[in-house]
Design a protein around this ligand. Sequence first.
Ligand code: PMP
Length: 442
Amino acid sequence: DTRHEIAGERTARDAYWMPFTANRQFKDNPRLLVGAEGMHYTTADGRSILDGQAGLWCVNAGHGREPIIEAVQRQIAEMDFAPSFNMGHPLPFEFANRLVALSPGDLDHVFFTNSGSESVDTALKIALAYHRVRGEGHRMRLIGREKGYHGVNFGGTSVGGLVNNRKYFGLLLGGVDHLSHTLDIGRNAFTCGLPEHGAELADELERLVALHGDTIAAVIVEPVAGSAGVILPPKGYLQRLREICDAHGILLIFDEVITGFGRLGAPFAAQYFDVLPDIMTTAKGLTNGSIPMGAVFVRRHVYDAFMQGAEANIELFHGYTYSGHPVAAAAGLATLDVYAEEGLLTRGAELADYWAEKLHALRDLPYVRDIRNLGLIGGIDLEPRPGEAGRRGYELHCACFEKGALVRYTGDIVAMSPPLIVTREQIDELVDILAQGLRELR
Ligand code: PMP
C-alpha cells in the first residue's frame, strides 16, 4: 500500500517529534502499526501482533469494534461539533448519565476533558477551587506520591513522582509533597495480588498534616500505579489514606486513567478496593481508545459547593473547546454498550486467577526478581544489567515484539494489560512469548 510505503520513507525524517522524544529509538528499530482487529495489531510488513497492553492501557474491548465505528461515523456525519460552554449536543448529557450509573457511591457528576493529563489538571483545579468556594482558601497544598504518574500537564507533572518527568521543567506548582511509593520488593516479592506489607506508609500523610496543619487541599494517587511499573497498594493502604483525609478535611483523588473501565475486574478501582474518593479521573478506556476523551467524576458535595456559590459561573473557570465533544461522546456511549453486552467490566475478575497462575509460573526464569498482578494487569520486574539500567526491560519488550506480542516496558519492568476480551488461550500465548523472551535475556 503506497500510503504505508510513503509513511515508511518519511519516518527517516524528523518532522514528527515523537512523544517522549522517542525518535532515536524509533530510528534504531522502526516499527509501524497499520491495522488492528480484536486482540491483534498488523504491522506494515504484514505481521500479526498479539496486543498484550490494550494499545496503551485503553483498548479494553479490543480493536475495531463495529458499534463504536458506526457510532462515530454516524455522529460525525450528523453533527461534527457543538460549542461546549452553555449549550451543547444531547450526547454528552446522556453519556454523563450512563457513566454515573457505573460509578460508585455519589460520584455522580462528570466533567469532560480530552485526555488523562487534562483530567488530572481538571481534578486538581476542582480540588483547589472547592476549598476556596467553601471559604477555606488556605488549603493550597497538594500531595502526590513518589513514582506516581499523572500525565504531563503542569499540575500532573508537579504532583507526579517520576523525577525524570519533572526535572527539566523548573517552575512547577509550589506546595507539593510526595508520599513514599509502596514498592518494596524486599518484603513483598512474588506476592500474588495485594502486598501484605506497607500499609503503614499511609501514615506519612498524618506526618504531613502535623507539619503543614490545615493547608492540604488534596491527595492524588493511582490506586494501582501503572506507568511506574505496576505498583500495587499494600493491603489496607488506600483505606488508611481515606481515613486520614476524612479526619482532616482533605480531598482524596483517585487517578483511574488506567484502572478505570474494568482493568481490575470491577468498573473502577474504587469499587474493587471499596474506597470512595472525592474525585476520580478517567480517560483511555472511556472511549476504548478510539476518540480522545477524559472524564472527571466528582462526589455530590464537591459539585454542590460550586452550584451553591454566588458566582457559580466563574468559580470554576475551566473547560475545553472539546469538553463533551459529540463524536467522542458517541464513541463513549457505544463503548459502554459493548462493555455491558459482553460483561467486560467484570471479566477481569473471572480471569484474574488464571492470569495470576500463568504469570507467576515465570518466576524461576532468568533475571525475574518480582512478578505483580491484579485483575488483568501484570508486571515483571527484572534485575537490571549492571551499568545498563532499563536495557533488559527494553530488550524483553523488543524480543516479545519479534515473537508476535506487544508488551509495555518501563525501565526494567515489563507491564501487561491485555484487552478484556482476551481468551485463556491468548493468555497462554502471551505468557509463552514472555517466557521465550526471558530465556533469551543476557
Ligand atoms: N494518569 C495516569 C494514571 C496515566 O496512566 C496516564 C497515561 N498513561 C495519564 C494520567 C495521562 O493520560 P494521557 O496520556 O491521556 O494524557
